[in-house]
Design a protein around this ligand. Structure first.
Ligand SMILES: C[S@@+](CC[C@H](N)C(=O)[O-])C[C@H]1O[C@@H](n2cnc3c(N)ncnc32)[C@H](O)[C@@H]1O
Length: 505
């Protein structure tokens, strides 16, 4: 009997959500980050809760929308049969939802009371971040047992009151979902758990570093479920980020469960990892690794034994300094146009292991004039590695680079476009072995897969490359010697050689 009534609530919430959502434009929905959780995902999230004490339970649903998450969670708790009193706090800023929230809460109360379960609900039609940002730094007293949420996702300007109120955890582009996560991580009681569906973007990158440090010093990740493709479930609402479901708890955690599936939640595969394999507390970067198959698993285990970053080899990486539209008058198409032209390398000149310059098919100018105004944006003719800052959509390789060998160019200075990163040393010249060895490694299938375990987008930032781990310097130089001696450019041969050197089959 109870299930039938509760299922009615789920149906009402879901149907209302669909109708309400259809009536709103994509623009309106994007502005307030309103994308309702599909019922099958809400049910999956609710079932992740393992909190099972028979006592007064305090639950929070910030950004509650149509209450689909609360309804499913309460259904799960009722089925477990131990709960005797529920206090539910709801936050929502879309005032047009008020009437619906009220009637859902009334139905919930009738249902719970019919089962002898006490129920109190606080509907707070206020901005969750502005109301609670103060708890990032101070103690929140009346802590929650379970927090369940599909928070809004959108970037906010730095001067937005919410960004200012949460300054401590914001990197370059504050995103509202990380504010919800950070605040909630300080609102859980000792045995509490938080279950969120959020974009994957917080797991890596510099912009979320402060947030990661804060969040992971307050809670421990217990499980992550990654959606591997974005089929119609999310597409209809144009949610284009990679999403994941995260469960974090207050208690210490030994094992982390990582699973993945399509958005239909069919074919789920789960694996467990030691906490340190997923999250390296000692690493300043605080990346969270999400391996989703056996290959990624093997890669992580190999990389976890590597100790070196580029800086340990005395090598660094910067973004190319030439922005063509800012120096249009100095860019030329033919070497005969004027005197004193230098090679100017663009993204298209760089392919895996091969620098193709000048490229006949490229319409844009590939020469830059050496003069006083370009002096500061030219670089000395030294050995470098040019690495694309962006891979093409659908390209399986994110890391595409070529060695730049100075002896191939009889010139004093060169131009490097700002769509390229370049690797160099601040106080010495890179050797031929270094540029060939590093180029081969960065282009390899192994490093590409490793990079993609924590990078979900097509951009390749210099800061992320600085954080990559590499095998020992000796291995790097051995690879470089082999590549330069045999003049290897064929990636499949390079892959086979690298895999052998790093014990990866
Ligand atoms: C992604 S929707 C999720 C709704 C519902 N919880 C679900 O799972 O379907 C996020 C909800 O948060 C609300 N919201 C946006 N900004 C908010 C804020 N600052 N404080 C509270 N709610 C907010 C939106 O109106 C929207 O209903």
């Amino acid at each position: 009997m109870s299930n039938i009534v509760e299922e009615d609530l789920v149906v009402v919430s879901n149907t209302f959500g669909e109708i309400y959502s259809k009536a709103k434009s994509q623009k309106e929905k994007r502005e307030i980050g309103q994308f309702f959780t599909p019922q099958h995902i809400a049910e999956y999230m609710a079932k992740l809760s393992t909190f099972s004490e028979s006592k007064k339970m305090r639950i929070l649903d910030p950004g509650c929308g149509n209450l689909i998450l609360s309804v499913n969670l309460i259904q799960t708790l009722v089925v477990k049969g131990k709960v005797s009193y529920i206090e539910l706090d709801l936050y929502e800023t879309d005032l047009k939802l008020e009437e619906n929230i009220q009637s859902m809460v009334t139905a919930m109360r009738e249902f719970l009371e019919s089962l002898g379960i006490g129920f109190k609900c606080n509907i707070i039609l206020k901005d969750f971040v502005l109301e609670n940002a103060k708890y990032i730094n101070s103690d929140f007293l009346n802590k929650y047992d379970i927090i369940i949420s599909n928070p809004p996702y959108f970037k906010l300007p730095k001067d937005d009151p919410k960004s200012i109120a949460t300054q401590q955890i914001n990197g370059g582009f504050p995103n509202i979902y990380s504010m919800f996560l950070a605040i909630c991580s300080n609102m859980l009681n000792q045995k509490g758990e938080m279950i969120f569906i959020v974009p994957r973007s917080f797991t890596s990158g510099l912009y979320f570093k402060k947030f990661r440090k804060y969040f992971l010093s307050h809670v421990n990740i217990k499980s992550i479920h990654l959606f591997q493709n974005r089929n119609d479930t999310f597409k209809k609402d144009q949610v284009l980020q990679e999403l994941l479901i995260l469960k974090a708890v207050n208690k210490p955690v030994d094992q982390v469960y990582i699973s993945s599936s399509s958005t239909l939640l069919d074919d789920i595969s789960v694996k467990s990892y030691g906490y340190k394999e997923i999250y390296d507390i000692a690493d300043d970067n605080s990346y969270i690794f999400i391996p989703t198959n056996i290959t990624e698993d093997k890669i992580l285990r190999i990389v976890s034994s590597w100790k070196n970053k580029l800086e340990d080899f005395g090598i660094t990486i910067s973004t190319g300094p030439v922005v063509d539209f800012r120096t249009k008058e100095n860019i030329f198409k033919s070497s005969n146009d004027v005197e004193n032209l230098k090679p100017y390398f663009r993204l298209n000149n760089v392919t895996q292991m091969k620098l193709e310059w000048p490229l006949n098919s490229l319409v844009k100018g590939q020469y830059i004039h050496g003069n006083n105004s370009t002096k500061s944006i030219l670089r000395a003719n030294e050995n470098y590695i040019f690495l694309r800052r962006q891979s093409a959509k659908g390209d399986s390789n994110r890391l595409i680079c070529s060695p730049y060998y100075k002896d191939d160019y009889q010139i004093d200075f060169i131009g490097i476009d700002n769509k390229l990163n370049y690797l160099y040393s601040k106080n010495r010249s890179l050797t031929a072995e270094e540029i060939f060895g590093l180029s081969a490694l960065l282009n390899s299938a192994f490093m590409n897969s490793y990079f993609q375990i924590f990078n979900g987008n097509i951009n390749v930032s210099a800061s992320e490359i600085k954080e990559l781990k590499f095998p020992s310097y000796d291995v790097l130089i051995d690879i470089g010697k082999k590549i330069s001696k045999d003049k290897l450019t064929d990636i499949s041969i390079i892959n086979a050689y690298i895999n052998e050197k790093i014990n990866y089959e």
